[in-house]
Write a protein that binds this ligand. Structure first.
Ligand code: SAH
Ligand code: SF4
Length: 387
């Protein structure tokens, strides 16, 4: 759906085009610039994303002469896997080093027939939500499209998804790792459309979800570029509380955000789509019965399902985990009001893979992490980023 056709050069040291992150439209433009036919793009998409190939010599339906040309002009480079960790519950976590040395994490969570991959879109995040470990890290840079889709490529390969007959394990992708996807719009859109493209991963549009804290101008443009699912990180039923938890709310308050989300859903060709409302429950902050009732009232005319996320404490945060009683009471009120309300369970605890537990190293260019550390009573090494 994207109409962006400029070709990006993602590997600074070689000046070759990294084909891994190119959308179909960009790959077509690339082959046309070589005087080749459009169908080469489909062939190469399949080699890279369906068969996990990163070596042009393996592309046997492409002539030797073209392969040589490709080797001179292009490359297929995924970020480097530093470590892969498997939890007793089947959760798999990848520590991935991207160009510049930062480490991001990608988590695979199996649940019955479903396998959900939680993907990062930026190194750190500039939006500084008060309960979020990534926000406390500050922001370094956007991930390239190759680094975003590279996380899917790496996970798919690790499950043998790329070998003929290999089990298809990544059935769903959520952009809920590090970063605010709508602040890295073009790269996220290209990567999402590769996730859903039939010649790439072929994941249904109902199984790819972008999560945003509410960058309204970007959300207003989104339906022109993709028809993936949408999750809104709401976390509060009124502006006063949301301003405290999610500072971008001061710029784009709740009513504006929900209107924009409704327009996104309405613009999609298929009906019956619901917006997922993410609500991280924090003890004594946003977990009271009146918050649940206010939320029910607020969402009355919005097609939603609600996902409650128990806050995962991390070092340097004073917030506490919601009590079981408050969680159940909150869920009960919403269900009585007629909302589909699920609770996100903590997975991969033994490998620190739950929301708010992911570890990595970020070279924070805003120095926010350093300031934050200085303020803390006991200085801690920077180690927690992502969810
Ligand atoms: N920036 C985007 C996507 C990444 S955040 C967004 O905010 O939507 C993905 C989800 O993890 C968000 O809903 C966020 O609120 C939640 N999250 C962040 N820190 C958390 C924590 N410590 N415990 C539980 N959930 C957390
Ligand atoms: Fe950024 Fe999302 Fe964390 Fe807020 S919750 S700081 S938007 S990653």
């Amino acid at each position: 759906m994207s109409d962006i056709t400029a070709i990006e050069v993602t590997t600074a040291d070689t000046h070759k085009v990294n084909l891994l992150g190119l959308s179909e439209a960009k790959l077509v433009a690339f082959f046309e610039s070589l005087g080749e036919k459009r169908f080469r793009a489909a062939q190469v998409l399949k080699w890279i994303h369906q068969l996990g190939v990163d070596n042009f010599d393996d592309m046997t339906n492409i002539s030797k002469a073209l392969r040589e040309q490709l080797k001179a002009r292009a490359e297929i480079v995924a970020p480097e896997v530093l470590q892969q960790m498997d939890s007793a519950d089947g959760t798999r976590k990848f520590l991935i080093r991207v160009a510049g040395g930062d480490v991001v994490e990608t988590v695979f969570i199996p649940e019955g027939e479903r396998g959900t991959l939680c993907v990062s879109s930026q190194i750190g995040c500039s939006l500084d939500c008060s309960f979020c470990a990534t926000g406390k890290q500050g922001f370094n840079r956007d991930l390239t499209a190759a680094e975003i889709i590279g996380q899917v490529w790496i996970a798919a390969k690790s499950f043998g998804q790329c070998v003929p007959g290999g089990a298809r394990k990544v059935t769903n992708v959520v952009l809920m790792g590090m970063g605010e996807p709508l602040l890295n719009f073009d790269n996220v859109v290209d990567a999402m459309n590769l996730m859903m493209h039939d010649n790439a991963y072929g994941i249904s549009k109902r199984r790819v979800t972008l999560s945003t804290s509410g960058v309204v101008p970007a959300l207003d443009r989104l339906s022109q570029y993709t028809d993936a699912c949408l999750a809104i990180s709401l976390h509060a039923p009124n502006d006063a509380l949301r301003n405290e938890l999610v500072p971008i709310n001061k710029k784009y308050p709740i009513a504006m955000l929900l209107d924009s989300a409704k327009r996104y859903i309405a613009a999609l060709p298929d009906t019956h789509r619901k917006i997922t409302i993410e609500y991280t429950l924090i003890d004594q902050v946003n977990d009271r019965p009146e918050h649940a009732r206010q939320l029910a009232e607020l969402l009355r005319d919005v097609p939603v399902k609600i996902n409650l996320i128990p806050f995962n404490p991390f070092k340097l945060s004073n917030y506490k985990q919601v009590s079981n009683n408050a969680l159940r009471r909150f869920q009960d009120i919403l269900m009585q009001e007629g909302y589909i309300t699920t609770v996100r369970t903590t997975r991969g605890d033994d490998i620190d893979a739950a929301c708010g537990q992911l570890a990595g190293q970020v070279n924070d260019l805003t120095r926010r992490a350093e300031r934050y550390r200085r303020q803390a009573l006991e200085p801690q090494p920077i180690r927690i980023v992502g969810h």
